[in-house]
Design a protein around this ligand. Sequence first.
Ligand SMILES: NC(=O)c1ccc[n+]([C@@H]2O[C@H](COP(=O)([O-])OP(=O)(O)OC[C@H]3O[C@@H](n4cnc5c(N)ncnc54)[C@H](O)[C@@H]3O)[C@@H](O)[C@H]2O)c1
Ligand SMILES: [Zn+2]
Ligand SMILES: [Zn+2]
Length: 343
Amino acid sequence: MKALVWNKDKIELTERPYPKILNLGDAIVKVELSSICTSDLHIIKGFVPKAKEGIVLGHEFVGEIVELGSGITNLKIGDRVSANCETFCGECYFCKRGYINNCQYGGWELGCTIDGCQAEYVRVPFADKGLVKIPDNVSYRNALFVGDILSSGYFGAELCEIQKGDTLVVIGAGPVGLCSMACAKTFGAGKIIAVDIDETRLNLALNLNLADYAFNPRKCDIEEEIKQLTERRGADCVIEAAGGDETFEMSWKIARPNAIVAIVAMYEKNQILPLPQMYGKNLIFKTGGVDAVHCEKLLEMISQGVINTDFLISKEYSLEDILQAYKDFEAKKDNCLKYAVTY
Ligand SMILES: NC(=O)c1ccc[n+]([C@@H]2O[C@H](COP(=O)([O-])OP(=O)(O)OC[C@H]3O[C@@H](n4cnc5c(N)ncnc54)[C@H](O)[C@@H]3O)[C@@H](O)[C@H]2O)c1
Ligand SMILES: [Zn+2]
Ligand SMILES: [Zn+2]
């Protein structure tokens, strides 16, 4: 089968054997749609130390179950499923508490430490936990982002412990930031403020009614703008979904005292917390790789029309053209947000 394989700083579309069931809890999924994630670019650039060379990339996908290990009872062959980007056992210390990103027997494995989904077929371990049936009225396109980007956006909003009416700033109006805005609404956020240097994305956030205000920090005094909208207190919660030095610093500067700052972005460099300068502001910092435990709920929200992520698909590429898709995605060609890879 065709598969996109990563080695050192290169990716190659090559032939790989079909995956096999290795454990009772495995499933083999025929991939119907997958996507390319910013995190895939982080792997290729060498910023994900645990990533294993020689693996098939990709961790965000939907597809059809074609084979099941004998230990799986809640799924059947032919089921349309959305896959969790995390592999998790559901039973260890961390899984029992919902912290599946730190599952003692899993974590981010697909497309990182084991073969992922940018291939015609993929083996999914602990499939009874990691695969969720897609409701009948939800298409593959509708469900594509549930297991990663939408879960990450939801995770950011959840970390913020949003109280009704809170003013939330989301730094970075990329796919994750936009999903955070959509989810924050469902938590009852009052004002949602999008911050990005990309005006197309800011306009999208406003036009889709995901944000109430949008600012480009290169064109305004962002601290002052946030103060003006919050009776000079600062934001009640901040989601950092951009991932740069400037945005890390901005995240705590625009927060009000006692605010929650949720760091969802993945950095390529260490960041500095200037504690003497922050002393007395009593901030709560939360960081995290997504604990994607709400896939079923998110699919239900999509089914009911509460959330829709279709706008994220800027273009489709076939698996044959995936190398071009990576180039265009990295270059953010034509202001793309996400690409869907078709099979
Ligand atoms: N925590 C997780 O589990 C998880 C899951 C998925 C993605 N991520 C990470 O979340 C981040 C966002 O993902 P994405 O797919 O939306 O990425 P993206 O690159 O499409 O979006 C980042 C946005 O930040 C903006 N930005 C960059 N510099 C800025 C600045 N100085 N000021 C304001 N905005 C600025 C960019 O213009 C862009 O729109 C990435 O770092 C990604 O790796 C984390
Ligand atoms: Zn991802
Ligand atoms: Zn576990």
